[in-house]
Write a protein that binds this ligand. Structure first.
Ligand code: GLP
Length: 255
C-alpha cells in the first residue's frame, strides 16, 4: 500500500486522475470500478480535462460500486431532485466523455429482483475480465461502497441496510438542499461486497478533509475489522494507493 499525501483537494484529485489516466492510456479497454460521493468529484473533473486533451474512453468499461434501492436515473427530473448514483455518474463524468453507454454499469436500483440482479452484476464483472482499477472513497463510519459496519470482509454484491450515521451523512450531503425529508431518503442500497472489491487488480482510495482524518487512521493503521470495512485495504496484496490531502492524513502517525 502506497500512501500519497497531497497539499490540498485539487492536488489529491489531480494525482488520482493521473493514475487512472495512465491506465486508460496503457490499456484502452481497461475496466474501471467507480465510486460516488463528494470526494471523487474533483478526480472526475480532472479526468474530463484529460479527455479534452485527447484521452480516449471509447473502449473503457465501468462498474460502479453501489446504488440506492428504489431509485434510478431519471433525466426527466432536475439533477437536484434525482439523487441516484446513476445520475451522479452521468452528470459528473460520463456525459462529458466518450464513454459508451453500453460499457457503463451502475447497479440497478429499480430492479424487481435484487438477488438475481446482484448475481448478474457479479457475473458481468467476471465476464468483463475483472476490474483493473477500483476507485474508492470512505464513509464516515469507515465503510467502502455501502458495506456498513458488520459486513463480512468476504461479502459479495448484495442489498445492505444503511446505518443511521450513513443516512445522516447522505441527508446532509445530498438530500437536504433538494428539500427531501430525511424520512423519504432511501434506507437500502445495492452494494458490491468487500470480497468483490478485493478482487480488483488495483485500488485507489481517496479521502480529504479533517472530518475523515480519524477514520482514515483507523482503516489504514488500526485493526482489520468488520467494524471499519475499509480496513480491508490492509488485506489487499496487489497495487493499492491511498491518496489523501493533508487534513485527512493528519491522524495517521497517532494511531
Ligand atoms: C457513500 C458512498 C461511498 C462513499 C461515501 C463517502 O456512502 N456509498 O462509496 O465513499 O458515501 O462519501 P463522501 O465522499 O461524500 O464523503
Amino acid at each position: 500500500m502506497e500512501i500519497i499525501i497531497n497539499k490540498n483537494y485539487l492536488e489529491m484529485s489531480k494525482c488520482a486522475a493521473q493514475k487512472i489516466g495512465e491506465l486508460v492510456k496503457n490499456k484502452p479497454d481497461c475496466v474501471l470500478g467507480l465510486a460516488t460521493g463528494g470526494t471523487p468529484i474533483g478526480t472526475y473533473r480532472e479526468l474530463i480535462k484529460l479527455y479534452n486533451q485527447g484521452l480516449d474512453f471509447s473502449n473503457v468499461k465501468t462498474f460502479n460500486l453501489d446504488e440506492y434501492l428504489g431509485i434510478g436515473k431519471d433525466l426527466s427530473k432536475s439533477y437536484e431532485m434525482d439523487q441516484s448514483y446513476a445520475r451522479f455518474m452521468h452528470e459528473e463524468l460520463f456525459k462529458h466523455t466518450n464513454i459508451k453507454e453500453e460499457n457503463v454499469h451502475v447497479p440497478d436500483g429499480l430492479t424487481k429482483n435484487p438477488e438475481e440482479f446482484c448475481q448478474w452484476y457479479e457475473d458481468a464483472i467476471k465476464k468483463s475480465g475483472g476490474i483493473d482499477l477500483q476507485l474508492l472513497g470512505i464513509g464516515g463510519d469507515g465503510h467502502w461502497a455501502f458495506n456498513e459496519p458488520g459486513s463480512s470482509l468476504s461479502s459479495r454484491t448484495r442489498v445492505e441496510k444503511l446505518t443511521e450515521q450513513t443516512l445522516d451523512d447522505n441527508y446532509e450531503a445530498f438530500y437536504k438542499n433538494a428539500g427531501i425529508s430525511r424520512d423519504d431518503i432511501p434506507h437500502y442500497a445495492i452494494t458490491m461486497g468487500i470480497g468483490t472489491i478485493l478482487e480488483a487488480k488495483s485500488l485507489i482510495m481517496l479521502a480529504n478533509g479533517q472530518k475523515k482524518a480519524e477514520i482514515v487512521a483507523k482503516a489504514l493503521a488500526g485493526n482489520i475489522t468488520t467494524d471499519v470495512t475499509a480496513s480491508a485495504i490492509q488485506l489487499f496484496n496487489r497495487d493499492s494507493y491511498v491518496i489523501l490531502d493533508k487534513e485527512a492524513a493528519s491522524r495517521l502517525s497517532k494511531v
